[in-house]
Design a protein around this ligand. Structure first.
Ligand SMILES: Nc1ncnc2c1ncn2[C@@H]1O[C@H](COP(=O)(O)OP(=O)(O)OP(=O)(O)O)[C@@H](O)[C@H]1O
Length: 252
């Protein structure tokens, strides 16, 4: 069973066709990078996977669930199994790094939590383990807003891991980072995906990073899939052609 399957997915926002008959599948443990110009539909596609958008036509299946048809508890269960990392990290700056990571467990804990000690010890220990994994154990008790952008994104990855996800969605996770931090975050996502057999669907703007860290690259242009190839058989110019207005790109 595929981890994610898009079948003829079209999404319209009024007169805008953000996705146009998109079909492809992502296999368990695969790292797929979405490339495309701004406005090509990458975020819209990612947001269909955990039900933040529903298709105008077609179907999205994630972990065996028809996402558009899932409601209430079924949708919550699905979302618990899907982590999301965003360009702007979405940390609470005034909280400690560790407490930010602990919030990743909220979906499986009952009731609200206020303060680090309100989380079960097992959760705090698990969170510390994930912080060690992303190289930020020593920063656990610092305020999150004292960290660099690259460090904050690694905290966001640790928080997503605490969710114990089977799928990780990442929407331009390195768009606001310098090249060195970008490579570090992508390497981390890649390594963790391999260690945990995590399925990753990640949008990026940087062709080099996509070629270095993806198993497979899917290119979008004006909401349509114009490229779908393993990264290892793709060269830089073919990947870059996704951005060209008039160039033809082979669809595998
Ligand atoms: N909620 C919305 N309401 C109306 N139009 C939207 C909405 N979300 C996206 N769109 C439109 O859908 C199209 C695809 O947008 P999307 O954000 O998916 O592109 P993207 O490839 O992720 O761009 P970027 O790289 O800038 O994030 C754009 O024309 C955008 O303006």
């Amino acid at each position: 069973m595929s981890a994610v399957r898009f079948e003829g997915v079209t999404k319209r926002f009024g007169h805008i066709r953000a996705l146009d008959d998109v079909s492809f599948s992502v296999e368990p443990g695969e790292v797929v990078v979405l490339l495309g110009l701004s406005g090509s539909g990458k975020s819209t596609l990612l947001r269909h996977v955990d039900g933040l958008h529903t298709p105008t036509a077609g179907r999205v299946t994630a972990l065996g669930t028809d996402v558009g048809a899932a409601r209430g508890g079924r949708l919550r269960d699905l979302r618990r199994r899907i982590g999301f990392v965003f360009q702007q990290f979405h940390l609470v700056g005034s909280l400690s790094v560790l407490e930010n990571v602990c919030t990743g467990a909220l979906g499986r804990l009952r009731g609200p939590r206020l303060g680090l000690v309100s989380y079960p010890k097992a959760v705090r220990l698990e969170a510390l383990g994930h912080l060690d994994r992303v190289g930020l154990g020593p920063q656990a008790f610092q305020r999150a807003d004292t960290l660099s952008g690259g460090q904050q994104q690694r905290v966001a990855v640790a928080r997503a891991l605490l969710q114990r996800p089977e799928i990780l969605l990442a929407d331009e996770p390195v768009a606001s980072l310098d090249p060195e931090s970008s490579a570090q975050v992508m390497r981390l996502i890649r390594e963790i995906a391999s260690e945990r057999d995590l399925t990753v669907l990640c949008s990026l703007h940087q062709v080099e990073l996509a070629l270095s860290w993806a198993d497979r690259i899917v290119g979008l242009r004006s909401g349509r899939v114009v490229l779908d190839e393993p990264a290892r058989t793709l060269d830089h110019s073919a990947a870059t052609a996704v951005y060209g207005a008039n160039q033809l790109v082979a669809i595998a």
